[in-house]
Design a protein around this ligand. Sequence first.
Ligand code: HEM
Length: 544
Amino acid sequence: MSIALTPFLILAIPFGFYHLYVFLLRLLRPRLPYPPGPRGYPLIGNLFNEASKNVEQHEWARYLKMGKEYNSDVLHINVLGDHTLVLNSAKTANELLEKRSGLYSDRPRKALLHLSSRWNWNFATMLYSNKWRAHRRRFHQDFQAKAISFYHPFILQSTSNFLKKLAPAEYSPLSIPDIEHAELESHVRNYAGSTILRVVYGMSTQEELNDYVQLAHLAAESLNATMNHGSFFVDYLPSLKYMPAWFPGASFKRKANTWAPMVSNLINAPWKGVKSSMVNGTALPCFATNNLEKFNLVSSFDIKNNNLDQGMEEVIKNCSGAAYFGGTDTTLSLIMSSILVLSRHPEVLEKAHEELDRVIGTSRLPQLQDRDKLPYLQAFIKEVERMYPVTPLAVAHRVISDDIYNGYFIPKGILTFLNLSAILHSEELYQDSLKFNPDRFLQNEKTSKLLSPDPEIVAFGFGRRICPGRHFALDSAWSLIACLLATCDITGPSEDAQKISRKPDPVLDYFDGLIVHPKPYKCRIVPRSITALNLMKAGYENRI
Ligand code: HEM
């Protein structure tokens, strides 16, 4: 045999076997069972179970309970022929989403999502295709770990603004009132939104930022409400989308009509702004301008018609929109959970303060370069990500063709939910998993290895769809949390100080949804000293 043929055969033989496997799979199809799950009725499957499910119960908790009931970490649910696969363990996630990622990386065809609001510009919901690949590649170029230091000055600027807004006029700890949830959330949303807007569109004035942060908030409602499969009945019966909006029971359609213009504004308004500022010569360097220049697209602008060259300009515009949307609500959730936890765990606050004072001192703010020197702070953020996952069911994947796993038949088109909460709360992976304990992520001194799997990887999904904004998200959340901790005491609200002995619960204290947020809470945020207050007021001035 010629040596030149060997590499060909090395590729061809597994390829041939794979096709034989798929062929046999089709032959065997009727005989192989679906993975375990609730027994359904002919034709309607588990329709009754799904229709009568307890809406108070979080979807991830329901799947976890179901897994225990059927003693399986893969589950199958069928509603009217619409099949769903649930993966409740890291092992199955790894086997299917990672090792078979070529099969498991599509997204569901969401009737309401696309009907409602043309979210199809968002590559998070795009089908697994060349179009998605082009977007993912462009996004990855600028958001991979080694590229994001370009954005660090913007993160510092937003951190400074956040601290200034929070700083009381004078140092008078006893007279500082509790901070209400709405006020704190608005500061943090502004932080997350303004950072991403500066990064992608170069926006910097408070007026522009306020408008767009509000816009993202309004549009997020529709994505949050529609992304979880089964939130609306039309997910199971797509033909319902043809019902007129006035028809009884068509409330989903009325909602869709309200959401559509909001989502449209979300993508179009900032893009118009960035193009006009480039034409006027007032644009600040950012993801959009860097890429438009890189691909020589500036000369082809037609602002009046908002005429898109259907190629790279559209990709850049869509990626900017995806970052802007993906970066706001998720980062908000992580930071709000971190503050909630700090205010209810004085022992954690004390350890974090001790580390910051020892390593950084009290005369300057921590910076992103200090991160590796602050292992407890790092471990704290990992533990928040583990205990209170921002996206408990990740984002649904769809299987591209028939498959077999552990003797079970996985049909083409099945929706796949990755139960991140089940994985991150798994007793097998994390001892005393429902106890908040950052120490579990401190390195083992002897082996210098982490004792438990790292949520900074797990919490962002598996396979080819893993969150491409994760490095940026972690830098931006770290900066705010580190500076807030360095300068402030964070405790429970004064009037309830005695009552708050219960620690935040991932179910009772959280709303359910695609991106989960803590239910409203109050806390006290008080500068630690006059020096700390001065640091808050000065921010990173002169250093950016
Ligand atoms: C704490 C913050 C964040 C969390 C927990 C988070 C989590 C996730 C998860 C679980 C997915 C789905 C992965 C999968 O399908 O398997 C995802 C996708 C995505 N995230 Fe994030 N994310 C965060 C922040 C961000 C930020 C800051 C950005 C943008 C700068 C971003 C942009 C995206 C995009 C564009 C996708 C879709 C990827 C695709 O479908 O190919 N995310 N994220």
